[in-house]
Design a protein around this ligand. Structure first.
Ligand SMILES: [Zn+2]
Length: 75
């Protein structure tokens, strides 16, 4: 009986670890919203229309802002 419990505990632990690793991998593979490059370090984050967007650098963030403020320029 004790062995079955140990196996169950190990399976559960494995599932938890698997989920955590997947979460970590997902976070690492965050891509730039402008150029699609995978984030390496210090991603630039801006909130546009209530949505948080991540960019690889200030240039990409500025490019995105320029795109979204297009209607603003027309006024
Ligand atoms: Zn970029």
């Amino acid at each position: 009986m004790a062995m079955i419990k140990t196996i169950c505990a190990l399976v559960l632990l494995g599932l938890i670890l698997h989920a955590e690793v997947r979460k970590l991998l997902k976070r690492k593979k965050e891509k730039c919203a402008t150029c699609g490059r995978v984030m390496v370090e210090r991603p630039v984050k801006i909130v546009a229309e209530g949505e948080e967007l991540t960019f690889c650098c200030e240039h990409c963030a500025a490019a995105y802002r320029g795109r979204t403020t297009h209607s603003y320029r027309e006024h």
